[in-house]
Design a protein around this ligand. Structure first.
Ligand code: PMP
Length: 361
């Protein structure tokens, strides 16, 4: 078996133990004589597994009882649209914070369903810092305030949620959910595509305050209505059973690591090591983000001479360091160091970077 150190932004590295468990379970899950993928979602074994996964997530994030947990499909992008469909009546307005590519996308996908307004933005600063959110500037009648907790491309992360006054705060946590404890009660909705810190793509985990389920939103099919999915335990139609199962394994893995406080400590250590290597390279490598806003999950960096980019990528790949090419929107490199990327991977990357800078600096 040869596995690389995987710095993919998503779909991304999963914990080795989770993959090994899935491999062991693949043909005969739980003594059922069948794969979990081959079983009815209405059957007792699957329902029990699904309920346990929810219970484990509730424990990890200390989710209060007045929040529902949904296991949905469509990716975070679909929920950029589905959230205004559910929370905003025709003609309603909603406030958005802009911090990078994914918050822009959230605004554009919401556009057909709600009147969006930008209340704070760091666009003029090239998305290199977090904007100040002034609660006095919020629309008191907005249906909600939306922000992206971690900008996967720009490498910017909120350490604390922005203030939202009395508006329900909606957070896209696709790329940093379960990387540290979160105050769920500061939020109306927390949602995340699974393919970074949870499991495979094709699954969205949503934590939603139950009073928001009572909103009428706009006319839409039942399958799009969060209230209906909550009433049906996310099984209004066939859920992503494989994704749900893998998410459950990941939740157990995080619990076994010591929960989110332990996970956060590991993420501080890993990201600290990498930022130190960048900042200490004498300008050979650069990360442009305000240190207070630097992401612990996605670390974009450029080389002082872009002519070396191709060589860096070629040699890093040869050294078993995979998927370091940066997003075209910011260029250069990006190392995504989600929960499942071990310290040893970051150590290998930092050692490679130092050697590369020595050779070509
Ligand atoms: N939001 C964030 C923060 C993301 O990183 C991504 C995907 N990289 C998305 C939304 C879109 O997710 P999906 O492709 O699952 O729709």
């Amino acid at each position: 078996m040869s596995r690389v150190w995987n710095f993919s932004a998503g779909p991304a590295a999963l914990p080795l133990e989770v993959l090994q468990q899935a491999q062991a379970d693949l043909l005969d899950w739980n003594g059922s004589g069948a794969s979990v993928m081959e079983l009815s979602h209405r059957g007792k074994p699957f329902m029990a597994m699904a309920a346990q996964a929810e219970a484990d997530l509730r424990e990890l994030l200390a989710i209060p009882a007045h929040y529902a947990v949904l296991f949905l499909q469509g990716g975070a992008t679909q929920h950029f649209a589905q959230i205004p469909m559910n929370l905003a009546a025709p003609g309603d307005r909603a406030d958005y914070v802009l911090t990078g590519h994914w918050s822009e996308k959230a605004v554009s996908e919401a556009g057909p369903y709600v009147q969006t307004r930008i209340v704070a933005s760091s666009k003029e600063q090239g998305y290199r810092c977090l904007p100040l959110v002034d609660t006095a500037a919020l629309d008191p009648d907005a249906a909600y305030l939306h922000y992206v907790a971690n900008e996967t491309i720009h490498g910017i992360e909120w350490r604390q949620p922005p203030p939202s006054g009395h508006l329900p705060l909606v957070a896209d946590m696709s790329s940093n959910i379960l990387s540290a404890p979160v105050d769920i009660e500061r939020h109306g909705i927390v949602y995340a595509g699974a393919q970074k810190n949870i499991g495979p793509s094709g699954l969205v985990v949503m934590i939603i305050r139950r009073d928001l389920l009572a909103r009428e939103g706009r006319p839409m099919a039942n399958v799009l209505r969060y209230r209906e999915q909550a009433a049906a335990d996310s099984m209004l139609n066939t859920p992503n059973t494989w994704g749900w199962y893998l998410a459950g394994l990941t939740f157990k893995w995080i619990l076994a690591q010591g929960g989110l406080a332990a996970i956060e400590a590991g993420n501080i250590r890993k990201s600290g090591l990498l930022y130190q290597a960048i900042d200490g390279s004498g300008g050979f490598y650069r990360n442009p983000v305000d240190p207070a806003a630097r992401s612990r999950m996605n670390v974009p960096f450029t080389l002082h001479d872009p002519a070396l980019d191709a060589l860096f990528l070629e040699q890093s790949a040869a050294a078993g360091l995979m998927a370091l090419k940066g997003h075209k929107a910011v260029g250069g490199m990006r190392a995504s160091i989600y929960n499942a990327v071990p310290l040893a991977a970051v150590e290998a990357l930092v050692a490679f970077m130092a050697e590369f800078a020595r050779r070509y600096g």
